[in-house]
Design a protein around this ligand. Sequence first.
Ligand SMILES: CC(C)(COP(=O)(O)OP(=O)(O)OC[C@H]1O[C@@H](n2cnc3c(N)ncnc32)[C@H](O)[C@@H]1OP(=O)(O)O)[C@@H](O)C(=O)NCCC(=O)NCCS
Length: 339
Amino acid sequence: MMVREWNPRTASSAEIASLLDTLNAVLAADLPQDPPWRDSSMREYLSEVMPGERRISWVAQEDDAPDGTPGAIVGHVHVLLLGGIGVLEVLVHPAVRRTGLGRDLVRVAARRVWDEGFQSIGVEVVGDTPAVAFYESLGFTRDYVETRSVLDLRTVDWPALTEMAAEVGAGYRVEFWPGGPPDELIEAYARAKAEVRDSDDVELRPSSYDPDRLRDSLATLHRRGMKPYIVLALHEQTGDVAGLTEVVVPAQHPTRADQYDTIVVLDHRGYGIDRAIKARMLLELRSAEPQLVEVQTWNAQDNESMLKVNAELGYRPDRDWCEYGVDVAELVHRLDSHR
Ligand SMILES: CC(C)(COP(=O)(O)OP(=O)(O)OC[C@H]1O[C@@H](n2cnc3c(N)ncnc32)[C@H](O)[C@@H]1OP(=O)(O)O)[C@@H](O)C(=O)NCCC(=O)NCCS
């Protein structure tokens, strides 16, 4: 077994395919209800980042066979270096777990984050999986918990949804923008997102609040093979974006889409916008992405109004989804003393 730095942009297709096999073995073991990933834009998914961000990756590869066949990639770690924090992701194939490989992968990544001058590392940890005990054993502590919920589109009451989509207060217009909002709406769109930045901020999945960041973020999604769909409510009198909802359909798992932000600007609450834009989104997705069977969303457990609307739409709570963090100096020290 060898751990080495690895560049997904120049890696062989066989390596990308081997990593994908490991990812799917991990999903089958830890999240058996999640759809397996496909080899569609996998290289771009692993290599493209926002301007100003850097992702550094390593793989653990088994020894080559005597006939020269390259060994399988059974472990992977990457850190995404963004404003002051390194966001970590580690995968170890279920067949080689509990041999210390996960710890070795965190060690090389943590050392690099330290060398790059970053102070903290964050990681998303899925509840009820071995990752919880793993990160806790390394001294990570839980900063934040969300609930993931999944909507099965086969259970949706489409006539009720059609009514919901129409029940928006007078003076608002609901629009659907596959691929992202048009450039003339970007400024108003960014203003709507900026308003909730303090209340709903999640450190590891930062939203983009200024128009240029927002353009970059949409372009990055496209480069990674992830198609954004936007529904927004326009306040006709002012031209303000009063509410917005974002769903992304990733080429890697196109039967299950990811709900990103949903925002209703404070002044515009109480007019049915939340329900109307989410209902409209599902109606549009049904025709734009006919292969889609599920949508998943993440919500703070105290966000009662959002949870209520999601429950009405048919979302079922799935699992806890946690953010853990650790001080890099402490982590490096702990790993060095655990050789
Ligand atoms: C979390 C993960 C990386 C651990 O990899 P690993 O190689 O098995 O971890 P290690 O062998 O280095 O374990 C280090 C320590 O973590 C703890 N640990 C790891 N797995 C554990 C488990 N299943 N139960 C209890 N403790 C565990 C132990 O303290 C272990 O030390 P020990 O074996 O000496 O007791 C691996 O399970 C994994 O890839 N999980 C999927 C992660 C993920 O990203 N999931 C999201 C998509 S599904």
